[in-house]
Design a protein around this ligand. Structure first.
Ligand SMILES: Cc1ncc(C[n+]2csc(CCOP(=O)(O)OP(=O)(O)O)c2C)c(N)n1
Ligand SMILES: [Mg+2]
Length: 545
């Protein structure tokens, strides 16, 4: 007879079956028993420097692999990871947080146990607000089903989940039957048929159709379907910033990133002049819509995302994005003969001379020339993210950012998480000096596990993006000598970069270095900004006049 699994073993077995081979976290006494259980399982636990870094790493892992997990101790760890999990909720990333907790026997008579905040359910109640499903495994009779329920919901909705494991429940074995995962989309066939008919009619009547592909095409694994749709219809396609890299950016029908006035003017014009915009998997958040500078009339938009499908002003529920996209591929759509696509424009201008100081535009141009198909570009918040919108992702090169929730500190830990998905993927991290000071020491984890990210610190001596809005001494930060970090960590290569020649030399040396991380401290003028941020500023000031 097959051995019955304990609650802890069952949780790990389910995670592994669903694709989780690595988890990220920091141990503590309430979760140590479960760490022991992980050590005996097929899942590998990667120790990070802080729990929020574990959260960002698990988030990146989940974005690339379809499910990620972080494992932390009660409250001190559990609340440290709340911010990345809130971000994963906002940006739809399927991450599971497993938190240790005091044992059920210890809780009798409500003692004051270390790490407790208010009641024993305080942390779980907080997580109810920032996850799609949560459970405290306090009753062995329900625990196995609760694990299934939370993991099913996380995978179905691509949002985070929370599982709290009291320390005396880890090894409890209880007779259980498990249910098969019910991950199939529930589709109303009649609503789908009506929705597709209305969509097809609208598309076929339009003279100028543009597809605007967003982040959910990544999350719901619909990138291939997008390419097939483009092939079938000849529709041009733009991506939102959060959806960037949804399609090979050298595809002849790819326009670039549409983000209102923050994007390139030719792309903005082409998308906004269309008489039908097919938004697939994109949400109308303010960043993707260029901080309210986008001008898309809802009367000419078909908006298909995981919440609903809206064709102009008609809403269809119970038509999931995946069913809609697949049905659209079979619909009788005419091939497009719309206006010619705008010429590709690279916004970085003429590069500065080799011995001249690096400019932000010069930096992005050099990075663009350096990217290869086996790299993944990961951006932090600030000008790193705005400027990166113009980079061209070749082949299936991925682009990750926290562009909507916009938490600083995402990129460096996310690079760690992504390299555990595929060690051949080389993360290229674009991060501001301010954001690096938050979680950059996650390079320690890269050193510990022999990871090889190339980290480019855009060192503009402070919070440059904030300086554009309101300048003041609060935007100054203490200067670090980032290139010396390898000396502290005993691993890695550091480069201090001031001129364009030094930048190119450091990028090629990093490319040649295959056995450790590289960090480039790129010195920039505090008031120099990317072309994207310039465009946004100009457009916003025009609107104020
Ligand atoms: C966790 C967090 N704290 C604060 C902010 C507000 N914020 C947005 S951009 C920014 C400055 C970022 O500085 P840096 O990383 O150096 O990038 P730069 O703006 O200079 O390009 C700040 C403080 C934020 N988005 N996230
Ligand atoms: Mg900065």
């Amino acid at each position: 007879m097959a051995k019955k699994l304990s609650i802890g073993e069952y949780l790990l077995d389910q995670l592994y079956r669903r694709g989780v081979e690595h988890m990220f976290g920091v141990p503590g006494d309430y979760v140590l028993g479960f760490y022991g259980c992980i050590a005996r399982s097929k899942v590998r636990c990667i120790g990070t420097t802080r729990e929020d870094a574990a959260g960002f790493a698990a988030d990146a892992y989940a974005r690339l692999k379809g499910l990620g997990a972080a494992v932390v101790t009660y409250c001190v760890g559990g609340l440290n990871i709340a911010n990345p999990i809130a971000g994963a909720y906002a940006e739809k990333s399927p991450v599971v947080v497993i938190s240790g907790a005091p044992g059920m026997k210890e809780r009798r008579r409500d003692p004051l146990l270390h790490h407790k905040i208010r009641n024993f359910d305080t942390q779980r109640r907080i997580y109810e607000q920032i996850t799609v499903a949560s459970a405290a495994l306090e009753d062995p009779l329900l625990a196995y089903h609760e694990i299934d329920r939370v993991l099913d919901a996380v995978q179905r909705y691509r949002r985070p989940g929370y599982i709290e494991l009291p320390r005396d429940m880890v090894d409890v074995v209880y007779p259980h039957h498990t249910t098969a995962a019910t991950l199939e989309d529930i589709t109303d066939p009649e609503a789908l048929a009506d929705c597709i008919a209305e969509t097809a009619e609208f598309l076929n009547r339009a003279k100028h159709v543009v597809v605007l592909a967003g982040v959910e095409m990544h999350r719901f694994g619909l990138r291939d379907e997008l390419v097939q749709l483009i092939k079938k219809t000849n529709y041009p396609v733009a991506a939102t910033l959060l959806g960037k890299s949804v399609i090979d950016e050298e595809h002849p029908l790819y326009l670039g990133v549409y983000e209102g006035a923050m994007g390139q003017p030719s792309i903005q014009r082409f998308v906004e002049q269309a008489d039908c915009v097919l938004m697939l998997g994109s949400t109308m958040n303010d960043i993707d819509m260029g901080i309210h500078t986008a001008n898309l009339d809802s009367g000419k938009v078909i908006c298909a995302n995981s919440d609903r499908i809206t064709v102009r002003r008609h809403n269809y529920v119970d038509v999931p994005l995946r069913s809609f996209t697949k049905a659209l591929l079979k619909a009788p759509l005419m091939r497009r003969h719309g206006p010619p696509l705008p010429a590709r424009a690279y916004p970085w201008g003429v590069p500065p001379r080799g011995d001249a100081p690096v400019t932000v535009a010069g930096l992005f141009r050099a990075v663009n020339d350096f990217l290869t198909e086996d790299m993944i570009v990961i951006c932090d918040i600030g000008d790193s993210c705005f400027g990166a919108a113009d980079l061209v992702m070749r082949g299936r090169t991925n682009f990750l950012s926290s562009a909507y929730y916009a938490s600083m500190g995402f990129a460096m830990p996310a690079a760690v998480g992504s390299q555990f998905v595929d060690c051949r993927l080389r993360p290229v991290v674009l991060v501001g000096d301010g954001a690096f000071q938050m979680t950059g020491m996650e390079l320690s984890t890269a050193a510990k596990y022999g990871l090889t990210p190339i980290v480019i610190v855009l060192n503009n001596h402070g919070y440059g993006t904030e300086r554009q809005i309101l300048d003041g001494p609060f935007n100054d930060i203490h200067l670090w000598d980032f290139a010396k970090i390898p000396q502290v960590l005993g691993r890695g290569k550091g480069f201090s970069v001031k001129t364009m020649d030094e930048l190119r030399a450091a990028l090629s040396a990093s490319m040649e270095c295959h056995d450790c991380f590289c960090i480039l401290d790129v010195d920039l003028d505090p008031y120099d900004i990317s072309p994207a941020l310039k465009r946004l500023g100009e457009s916003m000031s025009k609107n104020l006049k």
